[in-house]
Structures are given as structure tokens and as C-alpha cells.
Write a protein that binds this ligand. Structure first.
Ligand SMILES: Nc1nc2c(ncn2[C@@H]2O[C@H](COP(=O)(O)OP(=O)(O)OP(=O)(O)O)[C@@H](O)[C@H]2O)c(=O)[nH]1
Ligand SMILES: [Mg+2]
Length: 234
């Protein structure tokens, strides 16, 4: 099959224990380059990433969205597809093949890796995460008529479509911003099941009470805000 020129962007904050394994397992025949965005780590994330063949760029301002924005600012010219995945080894890097082959063969603009449709290690998605996903995707269905099953981080999007979305969110609202804007821009969207497991290293967001709460509020607020903007601008 004809393959797109695809680049992986991995936001990483203190992931020295996991990032090497993530990079090792990314299928080289599908990916032109891996960009690890070191989000101000105090450990050896960047050294480990570099020694595993990634290009490392730095984003000192913390926040998942900030790291993704910096990653896409460093895409090589002519990149056709950008893949996002986490650096904590929760996603299965080899499944990037499935994301890309579906995106390409179905001529989609955006492929969401759905952890809800895939195989999950017990405890890898917490109850508040599942409830938050359910609530957010229901709200999106109600507002836009499109049924997502997940807001997972593992996804692939055509570069040209991504630039039309003019992404802005600097932290937890990034994934939902992309999905809502994709609907507002009438992108062709598909989902494929992806597997998910417990992260390597200490949980920073989803297994902490304050992280879960902040992320949940930000996600719901982002859906409401984007809907408001969309109705104003038509
Ligand atoms: N928490 C956090 N993660 C960041 C930041 N910048 C980049 N990341 C990376 O973003 C990805 C997702 O963050 P995670 O901490 O795994 O978030 P999560 O999956 O919701 O929760 P846990 O895996 O339980 O910590 C990881 O690769 C992080 O290293 C940041 O400012 N904060
Ligand atoms: Mg994680």
C-alpha cells in the first residue's frame, strides 16, 4: 500500500522510564520522523529520546497542548500526516499501522484511536475518565450529531486538515478541541479501536484527584466555549 509521509509527535514530561520503550516500538517502516517534545522535564527524558533516534524539541511552558503546538511547529516540510501518542507507554506504538492504514485507505482526515472500542488493561482507564468520556461524547453528539466513543490521545490527522483547525488549547482541552473543531470544519472522521494499558512511571493526571477534576472541567468548558464560538461565527 502507498503510505503517507507521517511524523509522530510525543509530548513528554518526565517520562525517562517509558519513552525509550515507546520509541523502540514505533514501526520504522511507517514513520518518517519522531518528534519528542520535552515539556520541561527534570529527568533524562530528552537524552533517552535522543539516544532512541527521536528529534527532541523543548517547550518550557508546561501543558499537554503547549507541547503539541510546539511539536507541530517543528514538522518537517511535506509531512502529510501527524500522529499524536503519549510518552508513558499506555498506548501501543505498533498500532500506529492500523491508524495510518485506515486513514489512508478510507481517505479520512482524522482517525481517533478509541480505547473504549479496544482492549484495555483493567484499571488503565479510571472510572472518572470513563464517566468523563461518556459525558463529553454525549454532549458532542447532542450538539453536533456525531457519536465519538473516546477522547483518547492516540490519533492521526492530515497536516493540511490540522492547519485548518488552528489549534489553540494549551493543556487538557487539546484533544477535545481537535475533535469539536473537526466537526465544525466537517472533516472526514473515523475511529479505530486501540489497546490501552497502565502507564509506566507515576501517574500525573488521570489517577490523581486534582488532575482528573481539572481535566474534566476543562474538557466540558472547551466543548461549551467552542459551541458558543461556532454559533456566533456561523
Ligand atoms: N501531566 C502532564 N503531562 C504532560 C505535560 N506535558 C506533556 N505531557 C505528556 O503528555 C502525555 C499525557 O500525560 P499523562 O500524564 O500520561 O496524562 P494521563 O494519561 O491523563 O494520566 P496518567 O497517565 O495517569 O499520568 C504524557 O506523555 C506526558 O508526559 C504536562 O505539562 N503535564
Ligand atoms: Mg497517561
Amino acid at each position: 500500500m502507498n503510505k503517507p509521509k507521517a511524523v509522530v509527535v510525543i509530548p513528554a514530561y518526565n517520562e525517562e522510564k517509558s519513552i525509550g520503550r515507546v520509541l523502540e516500538e514505533i514501526p520504522k517502516d511507517w514513520i518518517q520522523q519522531v518528534i519528542v517534545v520535552d515539556n520541561g522535564s527534570s529527568d533524562s527524558t530528552s537524552a533517552v529520546a535522543r539516544s532512541n533516534g527521536a528529534k527532541v524539541v523543548f517547550e518550557p511552558s508546561r501543558g499537554y497542548g503547549n507541547a503539541c503546538l510546539t511539536g507541530i511547529a517543528h514538522l518537517p516540510e511535506l509531512t502529510e500526516v501527524v500522529v499524536f501518542m503519549d510518552g508513558d507507554y499506555s498506548d501501543y506504538p505498533a498500532e500506529v499501522r492500523n491508524l495510518l492504514s485506515n486513514l489512508w485507505s478510507k481517505e479520512a482526515d482524522l482517525v481517533i484511536g478509541s480505547r473504549v472500542l479496544g482492549l484495555r488493561e483493567k484499571g488503565s482507564l479510571t472510572f472518572p475518565q470513563r464517566a468523563g468520556n461518556w459525558l463529553s461524547t454525549r454532549l458532542i453528539k447532542w450538539l453536533y450529531g456525531h457519536a465519538y466513543t473516546d477522547l483518547g490521545p492516540f490519533r492521526a490527522i492530515k497536516t493540511e486538515a490540522l492547519s485548518r483547525l488552528k489549534m489553540q488549547d494549551r493543556n487538557f482541552g487539546w484533544t477535545v478541541e481537535m475533535q469539536v473543531k473537526a466537526l465544525q470544519h466537517q472533516l472526514k472522521i473515523i475511529e479505530v479501536p486501540v489497546s490501552y494499558r497502565k502507564r509506566i512511571g507515576k501517574s500525573k493526571i488521570s489517577h490523581t484527584l486534582s488532575g482528573t477534576f481539572k481535566a474534566g472541567v476543562k474538557i466540558l468548558w472547551t466543548i461549551a466555549r467552542l459551541y458558543g464560538q461556532g454559533t456566533k461565527t456561523g
